[in-house]
Ligand binder design. Structure first.
Ligand code: IPE
Ligand code: IPE
Ligand code: MG
Length: 241
């Protein structure tokens, strides 16, 4: 879990972002909520570019939580359209940058079109050594993911594929849907200081940065400030150092 020895700058290797504040931004600018989400997609593009520039290994973004299904149908439909549009618009550029896309969560619940588009975006951007792994949480909830992981391991146990003592932290991480484990840094915009069911297992030793700005106002410079403050953090991992 130590910082990447090959990364001389000691930037975080794996980052998670809770992109919060699109709704408030839209309201403050007298726009529709979907326009807030649309502006938010543009910010993702900037942050991905910066991650590639800074050699970050993986970026896991919270795009839609399992709890977000309880939002008005019109908002959910607007988000679905934006996901499709973002994939169509951005996959060619992501490919050019060497970014590999990975969607996780209950993607099937978004319907056939999104399932098909996300799968082909994953195929299109697949590579052995990507410049950045971009993981997008869609219909994801950390507690559900832990429940599903337990169920899968129970099935494997019952079928005789694993023994009780085979179950360890690495096996749980590998069985979970979340593509990356041991997240180094979690950033949440929008001012609230909570996880909202994001990466419960994988963020066990993450640093947390809560930013007052709303996600559509978050800039590359704000992101760089987060990276620089991460460098100053002394990560002890329980040791007396
Ligand atoms: C985050 O922004 C994006 C999603 C949850 C899809 P919000 O839509 O939650 O924005 P606020 O918190 O209402 O401002
Ligand atoms: C968290 O934001 C989920 C995403 C950013 C996708 P929410 O706006 O849904 O979180 P709460 O409701 O404030 O906890
Ligand atoms: Mg919110």
């Amino acid at each position: 879990m130590a910082n990447n020895p090959n990364n001389k700058n000691n930037y975080p290797k794996k980052i998670g972002i809770i992109m919060d504040g699109n709704g408030r931004w839209a309201k403050a600018n007298k726009l529709k909520v979907t326009q807030g989400h649309e502006k938010g997609v543009g910010v993702v593009k900037d942050i991905v570019e910066e991650c590639v520039a800074k050699n970050i290994e993986s970026l896991t973004i919270y795009a839609f939580s399992s709890e977000n299904w309880s939002r008005p149908k019109s908002e959910v439909n607007g988000i679905k359209k934006l996901i499709v549009k973002a994939i169509i618009d951005q996959v060619p550029e992501l490919k050019e940058q060497g970014v590999m896309l990975n969607f996780f969560g209950d993607v099937r619940s978004f319907g056939y079109e999104i399932k098909e588009k996300t799968e082909s975006a994953e195929d299109d951007t697949f590579q052995e050594s990507p410049s950045l792994r971009l993981n997008v949480a869609l219909g994801y909830g950390g507690r559900k993911d832990i429940v599903n992981t337990c169920k899968e391991l129970a099935i494997d146990y019952k079928a005789g594929r694993i023994k009780t003592n085979d179950i360890d932290e690495d096996m749980i991480a590998a069985t979970s849907q979340v593509p990356d484990d041991n997240i180094d840094l979690i950033i949440r915009t929008g001012g609230d200081k909570r996880l909202s069911n994001f990466l419960l297992f994988q963020a066990a030793y993450a640093e947390f940065m809560f930013i007052d700005k709303l996600w559509p106002d978050f800039t590359k410079d704000d992101f760089i400030k987060c990276l620089n403050s991460f460098k100053k953090v002394r990560r002890r991992f329980g040791k007396r150092v």
